[in-house]
Structures are given as C-alpha cells and as structure tokens.
Design a protein around this ligand. Sequence first.
Ligand code: 8YV
Length: 328
Amino acid sequence: MSKKKPVVVVTRKLPEAIETRMMELFDTRLNHEDKPMSQAELVEAVRVADVLVPTVTDKIDLGVLSQSNPNLKLIASFGTGVDHIDLATARQRNITVTNTPGVLTEDTADMTMALIMSVPRRLTEGERLMRSGEWTGWSPTSMLGHRIWGKRLGIVGMGRIGQAVARRAKAFGLSIHYHNRNKLPDYIEEELEATYWESLDQMLARMDIVSVNCPHTPGTFHLLNSRRLKLLQKHAYIVNTSRGEVLDENALTRMLRAGDIAGAGLDVFEHEPAVNPKLLELDNVVLLPHMGSATIEGRIDMGEKVLINIKTFIDGHTPPDRVLAAML
Ligand code: 8YV
C-alpha cells in the first residue's frame, strides 16, 4: 500500500518547473493567482499543511503558528532571510525551519554593485532625463556625478553576500572596509584586501559608500539608527539590498532631504511594499522593488533547495539548510 503523500502548502507562485516537480513528489497546494496570503489565510494553511513553503511576504508569527496542526513539522522557506518567521515559537512547537542560502549570493551582489554604480553616477536620473524628452545635448558640466574608483566602501555584514560584493568592488577600484560580528580569517582579508573595523561607528564616519549586507535579526533591527546615520560624511552614499528594517528609513529620508548625505540606493524597505513617500520625491535616490535576487536562474535554484529540504526531511534525514535559532 502506498504511503500517503505529505500535504505541502506553497504560499506564492513559484517557477513552473519547481511547481511541477512539487506536484509530482507531494500532495501540493499551489497559489495559482500569486495573491499574498492574509494572516487568516496563513492560519488556514497551517491547519492543513504537513509542510509550509512561505516567502518573505508571509508573516509566520505566533498568531499563525499557535494554530498549526500537530502534523506541521517543517517550514521550508523560499528565500534566505528568515526574519518573517518566529523561530523561537517554531522551535517550541518542534517545527524544523529551512531556508535557501548560497544560491542568491552572486545575484544579490550584482544588484548591490549596480546600486553602488547607479547612485553616484546618477544613472536613473539620466534615464529619466532621456525619457522626458528634455535632453538638449552634451555639455561639459551636465549630469556630473562622482567617481567610484579610489573611494572607500564600508560593508556592514561580511557574510557570503558581503564578500561577493567586496570581490566585485575591488575590481572597480574601491578599497574594502568591513564591520562584522567576527573578523574574517586572514586569508580572506588578504584576498579581498579588506580592513576590519571592530567599531561600526568609527567605520561609518570614514566611508564614502556604505553597503548594508547583514541579515535582519533582533540584534540588527535599526542597526543604522538616526545616531549612526549622522556619523556618515556629507558626501557619503548608502545602499541597502538586505532588509529595510536594518536601517531607520525615516531618519535616512530626513537626512537625504536635508542634504546631510549624498544619496541612497534602496532595494528593500522597512514596511514593504510601502515606501516612505518622501523618498519618491528625491532625485538622489535609486529605488528598486526588492529585486536583488530576482533572476530566473536564482529562483529555480531556490526552488530546488526547497524541494531537497522537504524531500530529505520527509525521508527522515536532517535537511541540508536547517536554520538554527541559535545562529541568529
Ligand atoms: C528573496 C531575499 O527574493 O532570500 C531573501 O532573503 O531577500 C530575497 O532575495 C525573498 O526573500 C524570497 O522569499
């Protein structure tokens, strides 16, 4: 007699090849319309699921988890960040959580580099000028930005993505500085020619460009608060491809409006999909809709990881990407 397939509820639409395989392997419930689930719909999902596959747009909090059925034993999240999941409650309820690390590193680093280039060189401003039909031709003093080469880049969070950003930035002639919970091994520092700053405050005060690449955890919420942002030099730029919550968006907006900082490139926001409306009025910011890892190749790799994590778990083994609450 064949064993009953586990019920897998997927909260958002995933690439077709992944959904097809998911349907072959499990009793899968898909979200064909890709409409983000409400908290009530998430509660419905955890009432029936043996495995839940959420994404960053689902808040898997105490209210949801406290109503999960006893067979919900795995949350196989589609994404690397796990700040949308109440890990402590999941652990209390003996629910394993997995994520998809590693496969988004290069794409996210590319997008970070794109922002590092775009803001000082006024890329989107130039593009807007072209589309406005108001370009009157070349002039020696028009659209002047600032040089990247030779500047100091300060990376906040030197994990996989931070290091991938450093590798790219080095090739663009930036000198690499970083702040991290731990100093990197000497051989990595040597390869990246990276300087470690134990004090984030001291690093911020000396950088030309700052890139936020640390995860959002209770310890990094508003790591870049108003006080720290004020340490930045007036000519400095800041880019964030990590999580909006790491940075006080209102304080940053005030500084950008006042000209206390030169510009910002933001792919993530504190209250997604809402954006501080005052940011939209500014020319010295480049705003992207959380698309740092948005490549079809990356999404398929993420889906593969989700499939492997579920399959391994169902087969009675430790899934490769188990998230340990203690790691955060
Ligand atoms: C993903 C991300 O697109 O993986 C992450 O942590 O921030 C994004 O790049 C998203 O989280 C998918 O759930």
